[in-house]
Design a binder for this molecule. Structure first.
Ligand code: F0G
Length: 461
């Protein structure tokens, strides 16, 4: 027997490939300048390894592609809707399903149905689109995540947990009737993909029930959360990801979902719930903004790919491969001395731009600079998750200054090999060696909502 640990490999092989374009640095210097130093404004064809997001960038399986041919494109009552409904009921456990074109479609409907003006919405750190929809519905977002989540170097197994004290204080201070609901994101994207424990979710559910407050799960990457529970929480080692996932969902009243992540598709989402009255409202609202309640802005074939994606996403070997590939990438960077958010999250490795570019103050957008520089030196595309993403205070109009100033290297599912991640890690290390040369940016153009998508910058002298 060889004297090293038995190797482990992806539970799939590659059938179709897509060529990558390699460009030189002079070309990329031009392109990132044209893009206003915003990686969202680059053309994908100018990117070598695209770690912008894991959203809609997944490789579908042959089983999903075969399902695409079975799309029932009827306006009403498509059989793919019923297949999806059956899978959501059996794997997530919710009774009622309303499909939407993607996650923010679901957030829009739910926020409009559940928030009255000036009500508070509690949540474990904000997510950009989620918070905006809550605010547009008149809600006031309150972050009730544990303090440690805002510190990139604290190592905790469940760094996405709700701070029960903060949540109870909010209920006491404002009164339960002033709280529209609590959103639990699991894992927490903006905190670095940090998971929430089952025990914490259970406690949140019990407290909420006692006060008559609804618990809404952002189930976008909940399979990753379930895998991390299996690996880290007492009592779950011998349970399947499918079982853990369903138990987690059972502590919530409803869920919004961006299927573009966990469900291994390129487009899709849904909102699901157990309460008939809420379902009726959602079903009524979806026809205004998305489409009929049996397609919600999607083609029948997209719903079929989602239904089949659920089957694949809950399989232990698939989710293990996904999370462990990200861990491999993160460990490599961490061991090389690069400041990253610890522990490594489920979907991405987050560079700590504050420590990477120590000499650039937050007001000069260090994470924005880092994402732009990484593209320039290597063609690897990442995403800013710092002051630009945090936007402005809805009331005062000032910048929000988040504690976390991060760059996210997000790993799409089943798309890149270990070799691609080695190349990306090398590029980050190269950049780190010349970190002292980096300069801040000035904000040149800023759209009103979700500014990180379209803002433009220029280099400081
Ligand atoms: N919730 C979470 C936790 C998300 O990460 C996202 C999207 C959404 C909701 C919204 O879903 O994009 O389908 O409308 N996150 C993407 C990302 C954009 O890159 O992290 P959507």
């Amino acid at each position: 027997m060889p004297n090293y640990q038995k190797p482990w490999a992806e539970p799939y092989k590659i059938k179709v490939v897509e060529p990558l374009k390699v460009t030189d640095q002079a070309y990329r210097t031009e392109k990132i300048k044209e893009a206003g130093y915003n990686t969202f404004l680059l053309r994908s064809e100018d990117v070598y390894i695209d770690l912008l997001t894991d959203s809609g960038t997944n490789a579908m399986s042959d089983y999903q592609w075969a399902g695409m041919m079975l799309g029932d494109e009827a306006y009403a009552g498509s059989k793919n809707y019923y297949h999806l409904e059956e899978k959501v009921q059996s794997c997530y456990g919710y009774k009622y399903l309303v499909p939407t074109h993607q996650g923010r479609g679901a957030e829009h409907l739910l926020s409009q149905c559940m928030i009255k003006p000036n009500q508070f919405v509690a949540g474990n750190m904000y997510f950009t689109t989620t918070r905006l929809h809550q605010e547009l519905a008149g809600g006031i977002f309150v972050d009730v995540i544990i303090d440690e989540a805002h510190d990139p170097s604290v190592i905790l197994p469940f760094k996405g947990n709700i701070d029960i004290q903060k949540y109870e204080d909010l209920i006491k201070r404002e009164g339960p009737e002033k709280i529209a609901y609590i959103t639990v994101g699991a894992p927490v994207n903006m905190a670095g993909g940090q998971p929430v424990s089952m025990a914490n979710m259970k406690e949140v559910s019990e407290i909420s029930k006692k006060h008559g407050i609804k618990v809404i799960l952002d189930a976008t990457r909940n399979m990753e959360n379930a895998y991390m529970i299996q690996q880290r929480e007492d009592g779950y080692k011998n349970k399947t990801v499918a079982e853990i996932h369903k138990e987690f969902c059972s502590y919530s009243d409803a869920a919004t979902m961006s299927a573009k992540k966990d469900l291994l598709v390129n487009i899709g989402g849904f909102v699901a719930c157990n309460d008939w009255d809420l379902f009726e409202e959602l079903r009524n609202m979806v026809v205004i903004y998305e489409g009929l309640h049996t397609y919600g802005g999607l083609a029948g074939r997209d719903m079929e790919a989602m239904a089949r994606g659920i089957e694949e996403a809950v399989m232990d070997e698939n989710i293990k491969c996904r999370v462990e590939q990200v861990a491999y990438f993160g460990d490599k960077l961490h061991k090389a001395g690069i400041p990253v958010v610890l522990p490594i999250g489920g979907h991405a490795v987050f560079l700590d731009a504050r420590r990477f570019y120590e000499h650039i103050p937050q007001i000069d957008f260090p994470a924005q600079v880092l994402a732009a520089d990484l593209y320039e030196v290597s063609g690897v595309r990442a995403m800013e998750r710092g002051i630009v993403s945090a936007g402005r205070n809805a009331k005062t109009g000032d910048h929000n200054f988040p504690k976390l100033e991060l760059v996210r290297l997000t790993v799409p599912r089943r798309v890149y090999t270990q070799a691609h991640l080695d190349v990306a890690a090398y590029a980050v290390e190269e950049l780190y060696e010349k970190r002292h040369e980096a300069k801040g940016l000035n904000l040149k153009y800023e759209p009103k909502y979700l500014r990180f998508f379209q803002a433009k910058f220029e280099k400081k002298d």
